[in-house]
Write a protein that binds this ligand. Structure first.
Ligand SMILES: O=P(O)(O)OC[C@H]1O[C@H](O)[C@H](O)[C@@H](O)[C@@H]1O
Length: 479
């Protein structure tokens, strides 16, 4: 059977597009906007960065770039596994954090019914999805108390196989399953996703006989949503993961050029970089579609961990990195817009706009005689939210505030796949422009190591010592 994403015309009609008009001086004024010459001036850097990325890709150092190709077959296998096993479970629980949870949440909320867990019809035989993500005891206990373990499968995801949060969640879920259903049942209630060669999760999965999928070594957590990290849970909840990969592959092809005027990932990278260099380090992603709210959360990790760095590639201290911020239209018009309109000129707003919403709704009709209310009648909610987006866009532009828009013809697996790849590639190019390593996160280690020391992990005694001898807090400063 041919798939819709094999049809060239359909694909073109579903192309996600970037509109950067309002980043330019003719739209937002000379003081804050850029000229085409400003952008051209970075072409050489982009060309060099493109070459670096391609070389690293060829050398197997950036396997996330290859996922749309390398994971076609794996996706098919995962899909079959999900289809064969799905009806054994009412609940699918992801045990992961950071890159091992944010993408799973984003894909689910973007593509499935907003009240999926509550609506049997929307689930169409698929299990409910829970991603507790955090280790807050109140939240986790409440979830575990709710689940019928007999009808639950836990997907423990940790690329490193050592992260405290998913591993502690796993230990607890495993203990409960073993106690309630018997130790022999563990392999029926868990599926693991981890790296083949590192950490302890692989050892545990092998010991327990847990079905395991692998994250390629050079696919970092925040770049892993298109690997089994994101694909397994998505397949279980009925998402077309092959279409998701096809969308990513389509964007990869569109971005297969170093000419920054034809490559949306590189053009946006350059413009965001110019803005940051220019005293606008706040990067606000503002979807005008509630279903894309968690996509903005996924973007926060991608942008923050990739670009917030102390050292450049030569080891010089640079302390760079824009600050990604998540906002939501129209909700945050009533919360953040005042600041974006009149506060410091330190932000770029990246709007996400949707042309066709899944399911639309007419605004109710009544009170035709009451001014100030009756204008709403006869319109629909997609008109309302999109008009509000366009109105906010114009208002910001008039106030000389930099903004751009990523347009989704509709939100589906194909367009979401495109979006994911677009921003991953944009991030990688930004790493080149800042001349930093966008693929590590050394800064998160120190806090983790103190926690390991305090919790008594072998090899971290010195961290405990350092923690215990931390400076006393002044009592008078605690009030
Ligand atoms: O998948 P894991 O290895 O458990 O990692 C989960 C998360 O943990 C970390 O602290 C990293 O900063 C993140 O980049 C990563 O996504």
């Amino acid at each position: 059977m041919t798939k819709r994403y094999e049809d060239a015309e359909w694909k073109e009609s579903m192309r996600v597009k970037l509109d950067v008009n309002n980043m330019f001086a003719d739209k937002v004024g000379e003081e804050h906007g850029y000229t085409r010459e400003d952008v051209d001036a970075l072409q050489d850097k982009v060309t060099a960065g493109h070459k670096n990325l391609l070389e690293a890709k060829e050398a197997g150092e950036l396997d996330w770039m290859k996922l749309p190709e390398t994971h076609k077959e794996i996706a098919q296998e995962i899909k079959e596994f999900a289809e064969e096993n799905r009806d054994k479970y009412d609940n699918f629980v992801v045990l992961g954090i950071g890159g091992s949870a944010l993408g799973n949440i984003a894909v689910q909320t973007a593509l499935n019914d907003p009240y999926y867990n509550l609506k049997e019809e929307a689930r169409d035989g698929c299990p409910r999805l829970f991603v507790p993500d955090n280790v807050d005891p109140t939240r986790l206990k409440s979830l575990l108390d709710e689940l019928d373990l007999e009808r639950t499968i836990f997907n423990v995801i940790s690329k490193s196989g050592t992260t405290a949060e998913p591993m502690s969640q796993f230990l607890t879920a495993r203990e409960k399953v073993a106690e309630e259903l018997g130790a022999d049942s563990v392999s029926d209630h868990f599926v693991a996703v981890t790296s083949k060669d590192s950490g302890k999760l692989i050892e545990i999965a092998e010991r327990e006989g847990i079905k395991t999928y692998y994250v390629p070594d050079t696919v970092g957590g925040r770049f892993s949503v298109l690997s089994p990290v994101g694909l397994v849970s998505s397949a279980f909840v009925g998402i077309d993961i092959e279409e998701l990969l096809a969308g990513a592959g389509y964007m990869a092809d569109l971005c297969d050029t170093d000419d920054l005027w034809s490559n949306p990932a590189y053009l946006n990278s350059v413009l965001q970089y110019l803005a940051d260099q220019d005293g606008k380090p706040m990067s606000v992603m503002m979807p005008y579609a509630h279903v894309l709210k968690d996509v903005a959360d996924w973007y926060r990790q991608l942008w923050a961990e990739s670009l917030g760095k102390e050292f450049d590639k030569e080891g010089n201290v640079v302390n760079v990195g824009p600050t990604p911020i998540k906002a939501l239209g129209a909700t945050d018009q009533h919360s953040q817009a005042q600041l974006y309109m009149e506060g410091p000129y330190d932000k770029v707003v990246i709007f996400l706009e949707v042309e066709n919403f899944r399911g639309n709704l007419e605004i109710g009709t009544a009170y035709e005689d009451i001014d100030g209310i009756s204008y709403l009648c006869g319109h629909s909610f997609d008109e309302l939210i999109t008009t509000e987006k366009k109105a906010t866009e114009l208002a910001l532009t008039k106030n000389n505030r930099l903004n751009c828009t990523v347009k989704f013809p509709e939100v589906n697996a194909f367009t979401l796949g495109q979006f994911i790849f677009l921003f991953e590639l944009q991030t990688a190019m930004s790493g080149e422009l800042y001349n930093i390593n966008a693929f590590n996160q050394p800064g998160v280690e120190l806090g983790k190591n103190y926690a390991y020391g305090v919790l008594g992990r072998d090899g971290y005694a010195d961290m405990k010592e350092e923690f215990d001898s931390r400076p006393e807090k002044d009592e008078d400063l605690i009030l």
